[in-house]
Design a protein around this ligand. Structure first.
Ligand code: DDH
Length: 299
């Protein structure tokens, strides 16, 4: 029964039901006392990390199943801090027990992006949840250690996003999400925000990347870059800087810095694709929790 009602979210007659969930997400975005007063950025990160461990070759991982509720994903250091996002959504989940976590997490991410001034992103319901840790481990295979490491460079970025099937252009478009939110020393070890207003979706990230202002930060933490803009201390990760150091990535940084509409259009497509990775719906619209074998390495 759980998840079955999700299909109703997609039918035209029940469009108001889907709208209702979006409205509930908008209501919990304001979080005085948390970060910059908004749950938005961490909700976007939740949708991305829930989806970003998909592998095209092994055909496992991805948002379907909401595997991050269970080990190993729940204890993966790459996901540190995402329990905040899950907690912010708890009241909505409790009030709508028919809604799968996997659908809520992805819907919350795109609702947050739009509410923070970003583009509309295509979203379809129908994701199903693993019922238990055992079911998750049986179905999922080994999806650990697939999210990007901010300390590395262009080769690593292409390896991680190539595994999901993304081109250079799409990689640069997706990276624009770093206009949102911040790094926390107690989560990733890195520290600070990328842009001056980290709860406003824009192409500022690209504009800042192209400015010759970035200097290695002298501190005890991991290697990162820093600059002060309009009185605000900003940061870039080594992986962010790789987008201007690599000539093929840089072409797209320049295009998106110059044309916010193009960025919004390409980001919408790339993020819409991200939250669909591995969501294999049957002909009724529900996603199958297909049993995967990591050894076989194929569906
Ligand atoms: Fe990211 N990201 N990300 N990121 N990300 C962090 C925060 C946020 C990398 C590393 C980090 C994407 C790509 C990459 C968001 C969205 C997206 C943090 C800080 C690190 C580190 C975590 C913390 O300390 O709290 C790396 C490396 C990459 C890469 O591509 C190589 C993508 C593709 C997205 C996306 O949404 C499409 C968001 C939002 C945040 C801010 C979270 C917050 O709590 O604020």
């Amino acid at each position: 029964f759980n998840g079955r009602f999700n299909l109703f979210l997609s039918s035209a007659a029940n469009r108001p039901l889907q709208e209702g969930i979006r409205e509930e997400v908008k209501k919990i975005l304001k979080q005085p006392g948390y970060d910059d007063g908004s749950a938005g950025p961490v909700l976007v990160r939740l949708a991305w990390h829930a989806s970003g461990n998909f592998s095209l070759v092994e055909h496992n991982g991805g948002s379907n199943g909401a595997g991050m509720r269970f080990p190993p994903e729940s204890v993966d250091p790459a996901n540190a801090g995402l329990h905040h996002a899950i907690s912010f959504l708890m009241p909505i989940q409790a009030a709508n027990p028919w809604l799968s976590h996997a659908d809520l997490w992805t819907l919350a991410g795109i609702t947050a992006i739009e509410a923070m001034g970003g583009p509309k992103i295509p979203w379809e319901p129908g994701r199903t949840d693993y019922e238990s840790e055992q079911a998750a481990s049986e179905h999922r295979g080994n999806v650990g250690d697939r999210l990007p490491d901010g300390a590395l460079g262009a080769d690593h970025i292409r390896e991680v996003f190539g595994r999901m099937g993304y081109s250079d252009q799409e990689i640069v478009a997706l990276s624009g999400a770093h206009a949102l939110g911040r790094c926390h020393t107690d989560r990733s070890g890195f520290d600070g925000q990328w842009v001056v207003n980290p709860i406003r979706f824009s192409n500022q990230y690209y504009k800042l990347l192209l400015r010759p202002i970035w200097k290695p930060r002298e501190w005890d933490g991991p290697f990162q870059y820093e600059a002060t803009v309009a009185g605000t201390k900003l940061m870039m990760l080594p992986t962010d800087m790789a987008l201007v150091e690599d000539p093929k990535f840089k072409v797209w940084v320049e295009k998106y810095a110059a044309d916010q509409d193009l960025f919004f259009k390409d980001f919408s497509m790339a993020f819409g694709k991200l939250i669909e990775l591995g969501v294999d719906r049957d002909d009724t619209g529900f996603a199958k929790l297909v049993k995967k074998s990591a050894q076989e390495g194929k569906p």
